[in-house]
Ligand binder design. Sequence first.
Ligand code: ATP
Length: 289
Amino acid sequence: MKVLVKAPAKINLSLDVLYKRPDGFHEVEMIMTTIDLADRVELTLLEENKIHILSHNRYVPDDQRNLAYQAAKLLKDRFNIEKGVEIIIEKTIPVAAGLAGGSSDAAATLRGLNKLWDLGLTMDELAEMGSEIGSDVSFCVYGGTALAKGRGEIITELPAPPTCWVILAKPFIGVSTAEVYRRLELEKMDHPNIKEMAGAIKNNDYQSVCNNVGNVLEEVTLNLHPEVAQIKDQMKRFGADAVLMSGSGPTVFGIVQHDSRMHRIYNGLRGFCDQVFAVRMLGERHTLD
Ligand code: ATP
């Protein structure tokens, strides 16, 4: 028996960090949306009681460090599953890029194993378990568009943003999320207005979405890696309506509504960056099937 699951990337339209909590985590408020750039996770039932991970990407661990492995292990231990699984991950989402690739693979594994091992869990139960693996996993279980609070695990669904193109450009660098958080001086930063962004999405107001993109982590990463600022400038010059870094970076995204502008930005950045994609936002939440 085999189950195929799509694991889409996310971008943060808005990301704010409020304070550092006594438990060491940061209290955040983020508006995230899934995009049509996805890994493919293939789960095959094994009679043998083991979890086997396969990925042909040299940056992706093929042992217990892989978040998909951790998702399978969590379900296995919690529900005393005696069977095993082979997890093949075909990566399309750039690794360590601020696009939650690992979290999405873990979420896809939770959704897929719910089916393969016939667990009968609800989306809320899967999202709850996801929060034990990583802060972005709960959102990735549901997909769609949402406001995320707490460590990122308290999810409120939002409607799909206005239809537009998202052009993603990843420079030839990796960013350490831990270092970005370490260097964050919250009182000195510009904080985005999350309420305005949520309102813009609810009103399907494209201009207001563009006016309200913001990421409190951006300034830190831009100071560490000037090439991220260069890509932002180029995207603006090629005509993007809004430009922002996703998560802790280094991927930058621009949004536009017109096809011709999307092509201009895409072609302008190709060759200059490590990877460039032009994709749609995914409006719909995942469902249990
Ligand atoms: P986020 O946006 O949630 O901060 P990210 O997109 O910046 O995440 P990932 O692509 O998830 O980062 O990878 C971060 C690290 O996690 C990688 O360096 C890798 O070692 C590890 N990792 C574990 N599992 C996976 C996976 N399934 N896919 C990619 N990376 C993984």
